[in-house]
Design a protein around this ligand. Structure first.
Ligand code: PAF
Length: 281
């Protein structure tokens, strides 16, 4: 495994490998089992696996969140090596945002304005879209891997990849969960044992909604109310519980086609998100 810090070095390392398929797993480091799942999917499908490791300042709306974001490069490189990554691209901020940087990739409309876009501010998805565009252009992968936990991020990326005609296939891997059901996140390490126990109300609220939908409840307002009640009973006052179209993120009234159920909530000081798809594959 080699570690490169510049786009030029990444391209030079990839040049002789272009005869085979290239997979890119974009990360912000602080790797956990969820990232390992993405790396394994890439390793199984691609001849060359590139992992990017860049804590992207442009997508953090809170300076405190950026400052608190775990930076664990040594452990991340060890995990990447153990998962068979070929090339790690770990640039400094100045490599990604050189002096005079003045371009933003911005997806407009409901998709990027609602839920995470509303809670974290418009600049969040602009920051994600801009950096992911740059990473895709730097590596020009055949496949790029993302986790389903960040459902809105995936939908935003899918939108601009389609709109800009970026020649990459997006591979979305199922949300990786701990044995107790909590979705894996780099932020989980910040939860105290009590907070972690409380946070379990989030996946449980989602499975309650799933069960009710499976039992025939189709009205999304009623499903939402049920999830909300579950969370409130556990002392969690969510930022949102939303039932939306998984592609456009427009609200839906009835479960007649696949519906994304998304929750965001703070548990203590830690912001967590999770989701499931009802009626999906
Ligand atoms: O999901 C993430 O970790 C980040 O948003 C990504 C896709 C690496 C862009 O910085």
């Amino acid at each position: 495994m080699i570690v490169v810090r510049t786009v030029a070095d990444l391209r030079a390392a990839l040049y002789p490998r272009r005869t085979g398929a290239v997979g890119l797993v974009p990360t912000m480091g602080a790797l956990h089992e969820g990232h390992a799942t993405l790396l394994r999917a890439a390793r199984a499908a691609d001849d060359t696996v590139v992992m990017s490791l860049f804590v992207n300042p442009a997508q953090f709306n809170e300076q405190a969140d950026l400052a608190a974001y775990p930076r664990t490069e040594e452990a991340d490189l060890a995990l990447a090596a153990s998962e068979g990554v070929d090339i790690v691209f770990a640039p400094e901020a100045a490599e990604m945002y050189p002096a005079g940087f003045a371009t933003t990739v911005s997806v407009s409309g409901t998709l990027a304005d609602t839920l995470e876009g509303a809670e974290r501010g418009r600049s969040h998805f602009d920051g994600v879209a801009t950096v992911v565009t740059k990473l895709l252009l730097a590596a020009l992968p055949d496949h790029a891997y993302f986790g389903a936990k960040d459902a809105q991020q995936v939908a935003v990326i899918r939108r601009f990849v389609t709109d800009l005609g970026i020649p990459v296939e997006l591979v979305v891997c199922p949300t990786s969960r701990d044995a107790d059901g909590l979705a894996r996140s780099s932020r989980n390490t910040r939860l105290s044992p009590d907070e972690r126990a409380q946070a379990l109300a989030i996946p449980r609220a989602l499975s309650g909604i799933q069960d009710a939908a499976t039992a025939g409840l189709r009205d999304t307002a009623a499903l939402r109310a049920q999830g909300l009640a579950h969370l409130e009973a556990a002392g969690i006052h969510p930022e949102y519980v939303a039932l939306v179209d998984p592609v456009t993120f427009a609200p839906v009234d009835e479960v007649a086609q696949p519906v994304l159920v998304a929750i965001a909530a703070r548990v203590g000081a830690t912001r967590l998100i999770d989701n499931i798809v009802l009626g999906g594959a």
